[in-house]
Design a protein around this ligand. Structure first.
Ligand SMILES: Cc1cc2nc3c(=O)[nH]c(=O)nc-3n(C[C@H](O)[C@H](O)[C@H](O)COP(=O)(O)OP(=O)(O)OC[C@H]3O[C@@H](n4cnc5c(N)ncnc54)[C@H](O)[C@@H]3O)c2cc1C
Length: 495
């Protein structure tokens, strides 16, 4: 008999929900994590008087009372719903282009329409048409994702889904400012409006409008720890500070894992939350199917992030925060801003600012504010930085993010009590992912769920993939992916 029924590599979102789902269904499961805490990206750390949220800027999928959405159901199934306190953001975001516009977009369709009409008069009808299109494309996209036959899907999805966000915005609006405000989630999704598929922006904007953006009291770490507890209470076994370094096979079938202390642990099934290159790199080269090698050879590493985790000795109001989430961009030239993610030679041109104390999550002491200042960035720009230049380069670049932030938050530098700067190399170090990629592969037209789906098609018997590298990145998608992969595995055993 095997030591375990299943082994899960990595305790990121998908690893945690996979392990908890398996163990709670009675499968004896070992969870192995190279770091010393659960969560992967979904974690926090302390500096001085502050605890810092590492990754969660806006959680989707929670829903409101009377309209609970999928994550609440998942948390209930995992027995953690009543251990988590969600903190609602009532606005989607504040959008600032200095000297051009400063608009707060409430997290409801009517409020957003009013705010946009007030900032960009004469566009109410166009906004209504755009929002209706966005809802229609999302509805039919979700139907397609759930397997509805092609002929039953409304042609609106085929007409608009794969067009670029820019094309669709240009078709609806003339005002660059209005287009900028409506398209801002491109800076989460990692592709500029000229390359981002409309269906991706539509799904994201729809999800936040309809089910609201949330923070979690105690940060994403509270969520990760609660899921781990659920796993342990069901009898699961976890090994922290332990990396899996090999996935041995026999006759083309996975037989367990070898840990970095040399111990071999057997199991019929292995679920990997590690990146695809790392996962397949742990198999004997001869065991990696040609289809996988071809797939990996044609994929593009996605974006990482550059983040200032800041503890500020002033209240959000004193600092000038009116919303939890703000996007500040120097102008509306999104292609130039995106190209800036591929180089350190130009200063940052846009930042996402998260204040975790407009609606407090409990990490900053009273009278102080915990802020995350972030821009996405490709990891390879750091390959060219010599180790001796690393600290100087990272602090110099951090200054350029602060320069952008000063446009909305004048004097923010004077309020800094603690600051910790994370670069893509930090992400690589903590996650073990190539390029420090935080959503797995680039989320562009060729990498989307329509064309690539590593999660759905296990290529090696007994090896299952769950997380941002095998599907869609982000909190909600990965939390759901882990549970989905585990359920599929359990069904296959029951069959
Ligand atoms: C700064 C930042 C901001 C973000 N903001 C948001 C946001 O606002 N909203 C949103 O939805 N998403 C956001 N994301 C993205 C989101 O956090 C990730 O896409 C998601 O958490 C990835 O989950 P995952 O399940 O793929 O696992 P990951 O978090 O990638 O974790 C993988 C785990 O596997 C472990 N591992 C790897 N190799 C091994 C091995 N060989 N042995 C053992 N363990 C191993 C790693 O240590 C890690 O714990 C952000 C991410 C970051 C970093």
């Amino acid at each position: 008999m095997s030591d375990f029924d299943a082994i899960v590599i990595g305790a990121g979102n998908a690893g945690l929900t996979a392990a908890a789902t398996l163990q709670r269904a009675g499968a004896r499961t070992l969870l192995v994590e190279r770091h010393n805490v659960p969560g992967g990206c979904g974690t926090s750390f302390r500096r001085g008087r502050f605890e810092f949220e590492v990754a969660l800027h806006q959680l989707s999928g929670v829903g409101v009372e009377g309209q609970a959405f999928s994550l609440r159901g998942l948390f209930e199934k995992l027995g953690v719903a009543d251990r988590l306190e969600f903190v609602q953001e009532h606005d989607l975001y504040r959008a600032v282009v200095p000297g051009r516009h400063d608009v707060v977009l409430p997290a409801d369709w009517d409020g957003a329409t009013d705010a946009l009409e007030s900032a960009f008069p004469g566009n109410r009808d166009r906004i209504a048409r755009f929002f209706q299109l966005l809802k229609d494309v999302t509805f039919w996209q979700v139907a397609a994702m759930r397997g509805m036959p092609r002929e039953e899907i409304d042609p609106v999805l085929f007409r608009y889904g794969l067009r670029s966000l820019k094309e669709v915005l240009d078709e609806h609006f003339d005002d660059d400012g209005l287009k900028n405000v409506l398209g801002l989630y491109w800076t989460y999704l990692g592709q500029p409006p000229s390359a981002l598929r409309f269906q991706d922006l539509a799904l994201t904007l729809f999800a936040y409008f309809e089910f609201k953006p949330w923070h979690v009291r105690g940060g994403s770490q509270a969520m990760s720890s609660a899921i781990l507890d659920s796993f342990l209470e069901a009898g699961g076994t976890v090994r922290f500070n332990t990396a899996v370094e090999k996935i041995p096979t026999r006759g083309g079938k996975v037989i367990g894992v070898r840990l970095d202390d040399g111990e071999e642990v057997t199991a019929e099934d292995v679920v990997s939350n590690a990146s695809l290159p790392v996962t397949y790199g742990m198999l004997d080269p001869g065991e990696v199917p040609a289809a996988v090698r071809n797939d990996l050879a044609t994929r593009k590493l996605g974006v990482s992030g550059f983040v200032l985790h800041m503890g500020l000795n002033a209240t959000p109001a004193e600092l000038g925060f009116t919303t939890s989430t703000s996007f500040i961009n120097l102008d509306t030239d999104d292609d130039r801003t995106y190209n800036g993610w591929r180089s350190l030679s130009e200063p940052a041109r846009g930042v996402c600012v998260s204040s975790y104390d407009v609606a407090p999550i409990g990490f900053a002491p009273s009278g102080a504010t915990h802020v995350g200042l972030m821009t996405l960035q490709y990891g390879d720009v750091w390959d060219k930085v010599a180790p001796a230049d690393y600290a100087r380069t990272k602090f110099a670049y951090a200054e350029t993010l602060l320069d952008v932030a000063e446009h909305m938050l004048p004097g923010i530098r004077d309020a800094i009590e603690e600051v910790d700067v994370a670069t893509p190399l930090t992400m690589t170090r903590y996650l073990g992912h190539p390029g420090g990629a935080i959503y797995g592969y680039d989320q562009d037209a060729t990498e989307g769920w329509l064309f690539r789906n590593s999660e759905r098609a296990p290529m090696v018997d007994g090896l299952h993939l769950a997380g941002s590298w095998a599907g869609i990145g982000g909190f909600q998608p990965t939390l759901e992916a882990g549970a989905r992969v585990a359920r599929r595995l359990l069904r296959s055993k029951a069959a």
